[in-house]
Design a protein around this ligand. Structure first.
Ligand code: CO
Length: 171
């Protein structure tokens, strides 16, 4: 009798922790299997590109160039390594379609705080974007790499694109 209650409690704990893991991670089953099987990490499947980009309190990304292959599923994680709150030092990651004027987009984004700094009438200019996060936060997105070519990415938080921008290269 006591033993069965104990087992029930164990099972409950087990399922509770599984549930937590599932809700905090968007990564697919294949992704985690791949990283577990090989120590050297760039072991993503051919059809998947795993990208991590960090933003800090100095208004900088840690990388300014990202390379993926056409048609790959891009799993991109944005990490805010700083401490400043989102209202003061918010970061997002926005990938623009080719030919979009970054200055024009960034200027319009100043008034789009309630839409993660994506101007509602320019959503069609965006291939993919994360939400806007503050210090200590992490967010991730998944999207399909567009056609071969070079694309601009930026943080569209007011004033940030001057230092927070880079090239997204699809090969
Ligand atoms: Co920013």
């Amino acid at each position: 009798m006591k033993k069965s209650i104990f087992l029930f409690a164990l099972a409950t704990l087990f399922f509770a922790s599984c549930g937590n893991n599932a809700s905090t991670s968007d990564s697919s089953a294949t992704e985690s299997t791949d990283t577990e099987m090989t120590e050297e990490a760039p072991a993503a499947a051919e059809d998947e590109a795993i990208v991590t980009i960090k933003g800090d309190d100095a208004m900088k990304y840690d990388i300014t160039e990202i390379k993926v292959k056409e048609g790959q599923t891009v799993s991109l994680t944005l990490v805010h390594t700083g401490k400043a709150p989102v209202a003061a030092m918010g970061h997002n990651w926005v990938l623009l379609k080719q030919g979009v004027d970054m200055e024009k987009f960034a200027t319009a984004a100043i008034n789009a705080k309630d839409n993660d700094y994506i101007p509602k009438d320019m959503e069609g200019d965006v291939i993919a974007h994360t939400k806007t996060i503050g210090g200590g936060e992490t967010t991730d997105i998944e999207f399909t790499a567009p056609a071969k070519g070079t694309y601009d990415f930026l943080c569209s938080f007011p004033g940030h694109h001057a230092t927070m921008k880079g090239k997204f290269i699809v090969e």
